[in-house]
Design a protein around this ligand. Structure first.
Ligand code: NAD
Length: 215
């Protein structure tokens, strides 16, 4: 499917597609040649109608009674998410959160490769973290420009998050994954995604509370 023809999907669909991908890759490893929406729905405990709609949006075409050929459906989801080409990313702020993200090997399977990490602390600059030498934040915008880096991951102290975002934008970065609680102000062409563990925790706590009151 060309980018012009590609449909847009809602956020809930976009959030479910990686779950399908993980399951389908596992099924492929187990030797399955086809995947049906019904099986995917059952494995993940989702409504089959929702799964069928999600998979249809990727443009993959199922075969009657068999389902989707495994390679085709995997490729269709990867292309839909833009994960067929891994995108280079810079991470800024190598504290607790930054170190954890740098140590995670799984992002490459999800289309993102952290190619360099930056900090402002003289104690951290020049040290090695998970095999990467930490660079001086001052060098980040020029390097981002030179390497055509698309994604910036922000894991700095909240009070400097906007400065870091500005420096990333100066370097031509177009997608920012913000792990800080700071609401960032960015130009229209920049795509922002905020990650907030506290929000997920709020859902968990509230559900626990409801379960408790049901007893
Ligand atoms: N998204 C979440 O769910 C979540 C969860 C926990 C923490 N956080 C947030 O993540 C951020 C980092 O938390 P942490 O525990 O890793 O903090 P930390 O203090 O361990 O690390 C922050 C790092 O940023 C560096 N830094 C500060 N100013 C900088 C600048 N101008 N340029 C480059 N580097 C700079 C510091 O030297 C330090 O290494 C905080 O904003 C915190 O609120 C988010």
């Amino acid at each position: 499917m060309s980018q012009m023809e590609q449909k847009t999907a809602g956020v809930p669909t976009l959030k479910r597609l990686p779950l399908y991908l993980r399951l389908l890759r596992r099924m492929k490893e187990n030797g399955d040649e086809y995947a049906s929406g019904t099986v995917v729905a059952k494995e993940l405990g989702l409504d089959p109608i929702v799964v069928r709609k999600d998979l249809a949006i990727t443009g993959a075409v199922g075969r009657p009674r068999l389902g989707f050929p495994m390679d085709e459906i995997i490729e269709a989801i990867e292309e839909f998410l833009g994960w067929s080409n891994t995108t280079d990313a810079f991470l800024v702020g190598v504290g607790n959160m930054g170190r954890a993200l740098l140590g995670y090997q799984g992002f490459e399977q999800h289309g993102m490769r952290i190619v360099a990490a930056f900090d402002s602390s003289p104690e951290i600059i020049g040290t090695k973290v998970h095999g990467k030498t930490i660079l001086d934040i001052e060098t980040m915008p020029a390097l981002a420009k030179r390497m055509h880096v698309q994604i910036g991951v922000i894991t700095v102290t909240a009070s400097v998050a906007q400065d870091v975002a500005n420096a990333m934008i100066e370097g031509g970065i177009r997608g920012i994954w913000n792990f800080t609680p700071t609401s960032l102000d960015v130009p229209k062409h920049v795509i922002l995604q905020r990650e907030e563990l506290a929000s997920s925790l709020a859902v968990l706590s509230h559900r626990l509370l409801l379960e408790g009151s049901a007893d």
